[in-house]
Design a protein. Structure first.
Length: 95
């Protein structure tokens, strides 16, 4: 067998191997889809008296509050004269 023929067979086997890995990956259940948690969450900005606001994931089970997790990098410092446009009821409501 010549060197060129052996090289062609080698590359063909490598391509077949890579295609096989691709299909094994697809059928293995690794999808990259979001893993759903037991609780639904939504995001909410929580602001303090200095108008510093941080976004949080608010987890609820129905109307029951479960937990609150800060979202990294989702924060803003508003000016001193800024007023939150949400109603007091909406600001206080978690679930």
């Amino acid at each position: 067998m010549s060197y060129k023929t052996a090289l062609k067979i080698f590359f063909l086997l490598v391509v077949i191997f890579l295609i096989g890995l691709f299909f094994i990956y697809l059928w293995s259940g690794i999808t990259g889809a979001v893993v759903f948690e037991d609780h639904v969450y939504y995001t909410k900005a929580v602001c303090n008296e200095t108008n510093f606001c941080q976004d949080y994931k608010i987890y609820c089970d129905g109307e029951n509050f479960v937990k609150m997790v800060a979202i990294d990098g989702a924060m803003v410092q508003h000016s001193d004269d800024w007023e939150d446009p949400r109603s007091e009821e909406r600001i206080a409501m978690l679930c």
